[in-house]
Design a binder for this molecule. Structure first.
Ligand code: NDP
Length: 269
């Protein structure tokens, strides 16, 4: 029998997840279906309960429901607890497991696809929303020399630093004037609005990687990075495919090959 999966969000029409999981399924020979599920903003739990009751095996969760999914899950993985958000639900034997694969997807994209070791590197993470929070534990696990977290509202960066035992350094953007980094990750929502965080000219060390979690378009941050000496500039498409592969692995116990799927999405974009 075909096992049912879906991505739930609002809006959800733009999601590339059905295409990605269809590629994974055909590549690995897994018999699954994967659809889009639009939940009303005030009807997340009702929507996913209906999906689960009719035999659904798992869900990807996207904006704006990741915190609600965190509360809905009956058990959570350590990385979901660290992220404070759930992007993957697995339904099995009456159990509801919540996981967060975003941070692992980011680190796999950085280390495997972009071939950047994070060890002993100076890393700047911008933003203190869900995407940034999910990235912190997986990035720290790679032993960077320093992880600086810059945010417009600096109190939010300070709260995250406390939450992670001060293993990262919170900073307002003005404090970056004297600093430079090997890897700069934009996890702000600025790109979605066509905006750029206020960044100083000397931000990039020679050969540095500039990474924007947004995908599908050249963002203001990516354009700025090219003009200010970044060695490599990347968008978040690889992260998107890698987080999906982590979800697929959690559900099916098989790890798909992500590289051809990333290539296919790039050429079809
Ligand atoms: P949130 O809305 O939770 O986070 C917003 C953050 O962006 C806040 O820290 C906010 O600062 C900051 N911000 C917003 N506008 C500006 C601005 N103009 N200048 C500086 N900072 C700004 O968003 P998410 O964490 O959910 O998502 C962030 C990004 O990551 C999005 O582009 C999203 O598409 C991408 N993403 C990509 C994924 C992938 O698989 N590739 C997965 C998940 C997310 P403040 O606190 O001061 O308000």
């Amino acid at each position: 029998m075909t096992d049912k999966y879906a991505v739930v969000g609002n809006p959800v029409a733009h999601s590339k997840s059905p295409q990605i999981h269809a590629e994974f399924a055909s590549q690995t020979g897994q018999d699954i279906s994967y659809e889009r599920l639009l939940a009303p903003l005030d009807g997340f739990v009702e929507t996913i309960e209906a999906f689960r009751q009719t035999g659904g095996k798992g869900l990807n969760v996207t904006v704006p429901f990741k915190e609600e999914a965190f509360r809905y899950a009956r058990t959570r993985t350590a990385r979901a607890e660290a992220a404070g958000a759930v992007n993957t639900l697995k339904f099995e034997n009456g159990e509801i497991l919540g996981d967060n694969t975003d941070g692992a997807g980011l680190v796999r994209d950085l280390t495997i696809n972009l071939k950047r070791s994070l060890k002993n590197k100076r890393i700047l993470l911008m933003g203190a929303g869900g995407a940034a929070r999910g990235a912190i534990a997986p990035v720290l696990a790679e032993y960077p020399a320093i992880l600086v977290l810059a945010n417009r509202t600096v109190e939010k960066a300070q709260q995250l630093a406390e939450l992670f035992d001060n293993k990262l350094v919170p900073a307002p953007y003005e404090a970056l004037m004297e600093q430079s980094f090997d890897i700069v990750i934009n996890a702000t929502a600025a790109s979605l609005k066509g905006e750029l965080p206020p960044l100083p000219d000397q931000l990039f060390n020679p050969g540095a990687l500039a990474y924007d979690m947004m995908y599908g378009t050249e963002t203001p941050f990516m354009a700025w990075a090219r003009q200010h000496g970044a060695g490599t500039v990347a968008d978040g498409l690889g992260m998107l495919v890698e987080q999906a592969a982590e979800s697929f692995y959690l559900w099916r116990g098989v790890r798909p090959d992500t590289e051809p799927v990333i290539q296919k999405l790039r050429t079809s974009a």
